[in-house]
Design a protein around this ligand. Sequence first.
Ligand code: HEC
Ligand code: HEC
Length: 378
Amino acid sequence: MFKSYHKLFISSVLVVAGTSSTIFAAQSSVSNTYDNGKRVIDGGVTYPVTNGKTASYHINEETLKGGYAYGKKATENEIKAWDIDVMPDGTGLPEGKGTVEEGDELYEAKCVSCHGDFGSGSGSYPALAKGNAEEGVATLKNQRTKPDMDGPIRVFGTYWPQASTLWWYIKTGMPHAAPLSLTDDEVYALSAYMLSINEMTIDGEELDDEYELDREKFLKIKMPNKDGFVPNIDGPKGTDNMRDYMSNPKNYGNGTRCMKNCFEGEPVLAKIQTEIKEFSPPLSTVRELPKADASATPASEGAKIYEASCAVCHATDAMGAPAVGDKKAWEAVLKKGIDTVHKNAIIGINAMPPKGGNANLTDDQLKAAVDFMIDQSK
Ligand code: HEC
Ligand code: HEC
């Protein structure tokens, strides 16, 4: 499941990196604007495009045939560099080793601040262990059909179907602030510690402090919830499995399909997290809409007039007009007093034409526009 997500991520990164220059290069090649068939934008590296032309970025020839030339096909080596998946069959899992004790020390140094003592969780940071993973799995399963008021205990040991995800997750994602900072041996040590605090066994063997985890032993881990993901949606039978599963109402709820009057009395709902009962302010309160001020000319009218008749000169100071947003310029203007300023806008002043050149505007509309401009320049 992580694999496909990961690949998607890779391709989108490549697309982003190449997008703007790629479009540019592709369009240029179509309209033949290359100098001597070459265009060097950055770093002097050129790639072939079409008809002997080159560009600074690879072009995805497939997309050139129609539409935009976004991105390019990733090369084998690029995929190799990005592909740091660790798969259940051992693909991507490097050699290395580490003991539970070493993992314990690393955990105390790098993980305990967020994940709590012995993986007990702290605040909103996830718990990594809740005692024996086997027993935890039983709680999870019960939860689906016999809702347990205490909620399920869902941690990596009880939930995750594959141990490979643990190795990959710690290696690429933890510690949260410094991903990819741990060595392979450190990840083995931390994984060993994770398994020990989840009270898991490998090949029947308990993981005491001296237990040393390596690649070979890691691949023997059987996660307690390995078969807990039903129905099996992988493979050619996936859809049929899904139909079978969904057609048996015992697989969810209380076993009866029901749209109304489903419960006698109050329904018993599973509480997954602590219920929040008190909201402040309460979720539903009657609120009054602000009252419209009928006396004022709506600000939006001033804004509209400004956009239509004044912005052409007042959006910047390029025309010698006080620019809207320029606090200092308007402070200087306003020294004359608002009445004079209103009047000047109506009769004109120097390069400022009467009514901004729009004789159709009424005096009030002019004033509204001026007030809007002043308001935007405070
Ligand atoms: C700064 C806080 C922080 C530190 C330090 C940290 N983690 Fe985490 N860890 C998180 C957060 C947050 C998540 C949940 C991420 C998410 O769900 O997107 C997480 C998730 C995990 C998970 C997956 C849990 C699950 O069941 O989904 C594992 C395993 C894990 N961390 C191991 C470690 C290890 C090992 C270390 C030390 C090397 C470590 N973390 C250090 C914050 C931290
Ligand atoms: C053709 C360009 C142009 C247009 C259009 C224009 N103005 Fe002006 N405006 C100016 C210039 C230039 C000044 C500076 C005049 C001076 O002080 O020398 C100015 C100054 C002003 C002042 C300050 C007057 C003062 O007393 O200093 C106000 C207020 C004003 N314009 C409002 C408006 C309004 C409202 C509109 C739209 C209805 C508008 N202007 C349209 C060019 C323009």
